[in-house]
Design a protein around this ligand. Structure first.
Ligand code: ZN
Ligand code: ZN
Length: 312
């Protein structure tokens, strides 16, 4: 709402205008009241000015918006419905094309859609011990986790089902120097380390290639049978990364010895890792070891991190 428009509404709401001038209520509260006046008419707001002012003085803008919306609904239920329908029509969600390794999301939801998504994300938002992810990063991880568990995941103890199709060569999987990147079916490329992570638990992706790779994939029998997955969940109970307790449904079956290097898809060579920790092991060079009955994780030893070369 424009400042001019707010000022225009305030002229018709003397008590609210005075409270704002005195500093009794803030600008955001005034904006909410002006919008309400615009929706239901200044006269209706004037009749309730006392109650609304009192609420504005004791509530934060979010809570006060709810009070104002309630008021609008009491005064003009049909108008409130029309507004909700109008808001619903404006909804859209757009997932961009990958550019420089990132995909931009953009969208608008109606209040109900926003609340539904927010609640669903909350379930995946909890920080873990020593969590150094920002609030925004946790939000982003929660959204991806929601997508991962929402599509095709079955609660039969066999973990999530393939949701990504990646084309890769055997060289990429083996981490050979000079190997091409993995290609996502929906567009975009991922580095070899990511292909390896996806290939680590066959349940989360399907890797395709030609000839040699197909042969290797069949030969390695890296598929985690449901019985092995259940045994793994029974043994590890949650992500095994020290300090992490993310539940089994968030976890991939990680091969301690990479299966292209001969590591078996069998319990002693497997560990449950949640997505962020599985990523740390594959893409960020952390080492995970099992010493007796304890899991140890050590950061990458290399100090020199290759700088991202800027494109001219
Ligand atoms: Zn892995
Ligand atoms: Zn974890």
């Amino acid at each position: 709402m424009e400042r001019v428009e707010i000022a225009r509404q305030l002229e018709k709401l003397p008590r609210i205008g005075a409270a704002f001038a005195n500093g009794d209520i803030g600008y955001q509260h005034v904006a909410v009241l002006a919008r309400t006046a615009e929706h239901v008419g200044a006269a209706a707001v004037r009749k309730e000015e006392g109650n609304l002012l009192q609420a504005a003085q004791t509530m934060d803008p979010g809570q006060f918006t709810t009070v104002a919306k309630n008021f609008e609904h009491r005064v003009d239920a049909a108008g409130a419905l029309a507004e909700a329908n109008h808001a619903y029509k404006r909804r859209y969600f757009h997932i961009g094309e990958p550019v420089d390794g990132v995909v931009r999301l953009d969208g608008v939801l109606d209040a109900e859609g926003g609340a539904t998504l927010g609640t669903a994300l909350q379930a995946f938002m909890k920080p873990v011990k020593d969590d150094d992810r920002s609030y925004g990063q946790r939000n982003a991880d929660a959204l991806v986790e929601l997508g991962r568990q929402g599509s095709g995941s079955k609660r039969d103890g066999a973990g999530p089902r393939p949701q990504l199709i990646i084309r890769a060569s055997l060289d990429t999987l083996a981490g050979t120097r000079g190997a091409p990147a993995g290609e996502l079916e929906g567009g975009g490329t991922v580095p070899a380390e990511t292909v390896q992570r996806y290939a680590c638990d066959s349940a989360i992706s399907r890797i395709t290639g030609q000839g040699e790779l197909e042969h290797e994939l069949n030969h390695a029998s890296r598929t985690l049978p449901a019985s092995t997955r259940r045994a793994l969940e029974a043994r590890d109970r949650h992500c095994v990364f020290p300090g992490c307790t993310r539940p089994t449904v968030w976890c991939d079956g990680h091969h301690l010895v990479w299966w292209t290097s001969g590591g078996a898809t069998a319990l002693p060579n497997l560990a449950l890792l949640c997505r962020p920790h599985h990523r740390m092991v594959h893409e960020e060079g952390w080492t995970l070891e099992r010493a007796r009955h304890e899991w140890r994780a050590s950061p990458p030893r290399k100090v020199a991190i290759p700088r991202l070369r800027r494109r001219e």
